[in-house]
Write a protein that binds this ligand. Structure first.
Ligand code: HEM
Length: 127
């Protein structure tokens, strides 16, 4: 099997490729009328830097996330599970547009979805 033994981070192309991927992904999030309002007034340069770091670290890269804890950041934003679902759909669509195997795409999903409760505060009602 090609690339057997490499880490997910390496298979995705390392730091530069993941930075490009995250940029493309968030462009889709900001263009989504159901998600864009959450980001109104947010300082985008810092946000982009933190997102790059977070994703690189979460995907197994040799990078330490230096941002705030995700639950503290998202707690008061009123993000419902349906918003998280759209966010993750954009992430999967971004991955699908690249030459990334299905198995790696779902590996990314698993690693990011792990933080779902931090984002929504585990809001299981009002979906
Ligand atoms: C598992 C999914 C998610 C991850 C891994 C994630 C990750 C992050 C990270 C790393 C930051 C930067 C934290 C910092 O500045 O210290 C951030 C900020 C932010 N996220 Fe998320 N996020 C997720 C889902 C969402 C969703 C679904 C929304 C809204 C629909 C959202 C809205 C925001 C906003 C508005 C900020 C900026 C908050 C501020 O600076 O005050 N996030 N997120």
């Amino acid at each position: 099997m090609a690339n057997a033994g490499s880490t997910l981070y390496e298979r995705l192309g390392g730091e530069r490729a993941i930075a490009a991927l995250v940029q493309d992904f968030y462009a889709r999030v900001f263009a989504d009328p159901k998600l864009a309002p959450f980001f109104a007034g947010v300082e985008t340069e810092r946000l982009a830097r933190m997102q790059r770091e977070f994703f690189a670290a979460a995907l197994g890269g040799p990078i330490r996330y230096s941002g705030r804890p995700l639950n503290a950041v998202h707690a008061d934003l009123g993000i419902r599970p349906r918003h998280l679902a759209r966010f993750l759909e954009h992430m999967m669509a971004t991955l699908a547009d690249r030459a990334i195997t299905e198995s790696d795409r779902y590996d990314v999903y698993t690693r990011i979805h792990r933080y779902a409760d931090d984002i929504t505060g585990n809001a299981e009602i009002d979906v």
